[in-house]
Design a protein around this ligand. Structure first.
Ligand SMILES: NC(=O)c1ccc[n+]([C@@H]2O[C@H](COP(=O)([O-])OP(=O)(O)OC[C@H]3O[C@@H](n4cnc5c(N)ncnc54)[C@H](OP(=O)(O)O)[C@@H]3O)[C@@H](O)[C@H]2O)c1
Length: 294
């Protein structure tokens, strides 16, 4: 067993994700201590060799590295508060979803109590924990990340340090996650359109995949335009999307509720009215920026 494999780890929170984290450490041979508000959830893990504690302070005192994976930052703060003294000098990593402000508050609390803190996120589902292409990213002091990067790599092959600010993982979660629901809604309404003609959603999967691959290949180009604030370079203009508003009638005629398109159409109309029509579609970000400062 290597030095890394002997690092004891405490997992706080045994929901679907916390349980998968604990299983990964048990599989990798780490002494693993677990704590959960509802203690019964620890039973299967103790049968596999984990040590369960019902006292949170005793749980964190068992390991130099404590990984909390509760529903959100409020739940983490609430659960860890009685263990502040025991956590002093140890490293706390959070892997829950939540806001950047939630991460900053927890980081301030950790700092106040002499706790080394990394705010992290795992970008996959519980069944993917421990897989080579599973991505985790972290914000916080580089030296703390470097000390535990190998231990954290047990949870996924891609372990990234985003920077020194402890709220960066939560910030990137919000930024990257923003695409999820609009992309899924688009897929669902496309499936509804096919269904209205008696066609299966599965028939569009190969073409939808090609479409997403095209979007994937465009992202670096679009990001370059946004970063340079230069919207003069690409072929797809705001006008092209503005003129396509009418083609949405296809959905309305098939009886599909596409009310969620209206704010998007409004954004396009404003962009044209503000003189961005001939510029790249990325110019929409300027209209969004104005909305946020209006
Ligand atoms: N599951 C996923 O696919 C996935 C993927 C990536 C990220 N995540 C993130 O990982 C975090 C955990 O997800 P999960 O799927 O494991 O959730 P889950 O199955 O719903 O488990 C939630 C956990 O939080 C605990 N908890 C909630 N409120 C609490 C409170 N007030 N005090 C103490 N403990 C509390 C629960 O304890 P009890 O057992 O006592 O209720 C349980 O351990 C979430 O932030 C989620 O967004 C999940």
């Amino acid at each position: 067993m290597t030095e890394i494999a002997r690092t004891p780890v405490t997992i706080v929170g045994l929901g679907s994700m916390g349980t998968a984290l604990a299983e990964a450490y048990l599989n990798a041979g780490h002494p693993t201590t677990v704590w959960n508000r509802t203690p019964e959830k620890a039973r299967a893990l103790t049968e596999r060799g984990a040590t369960a504690r019902t006292d949170i302070a005793a749980a964190v005192a068992a390991s130099p590295l404590v990984i909390a994976c509760l529903s959100n930052f409020d739940a983490s703060a609430l659960s860890l508060a009685p263990a502040a003294e025991a956590l002093a000098g140890r490293t706390l990593v959070t892997l829950n979803s939540g806001t950047a402000s939630g991460a900053r508050e927890l980081a301030a609390w950790a700092d106040e109590h002499g706790i080394r803190y990394l705010g992290g996120a795992i970008k996959n589902v519980p069944s993917a924990v421990g897989k080579p292409d599973t991505l985790l990213y972290f914000g916080g002091e580089r030296a703390v990340f470097d000390e535990y990067a190998a231990v954290l790599r047990v949870l996924g092959g891609e372990v990234v340090h985003l920077g020194a600010e402890p709220d960066l993982a939560a910030l990137y979660e919000a930024a990257v996650g923003a695409t999820l629901l609009p992309a899924l809604l688009g897929f669902f309404e496309g499936a509804a359109l096919l269904d209205a003609r008696g066609l299966k959603a599965a028939t569009m999967v190969p073409y939808a995949v090609k479409w997403f691959q095209m979007i994937e290949s465009l992202l670096p180009v679009l990001a370059g335009e946004i970063d340079d604030r230069d919207y003069t370079r690409l072929g797809s203009s705001v006008n092209v999307f503005h003129e396509a508003i009418d083609s949405d009638r296809e959905f309305a005629e098939a009886g599909i509720d596409i009310a969620w398109h209206e704010p998007i159409h409004e954004l396009l109309r404003r962009a044209v009215a503000e003189g961005y029509g001939a510029q790249s579609i990325t110019a929409l970000i300027e209209v969004m920026r104005k909305q946020s400062t209006d």
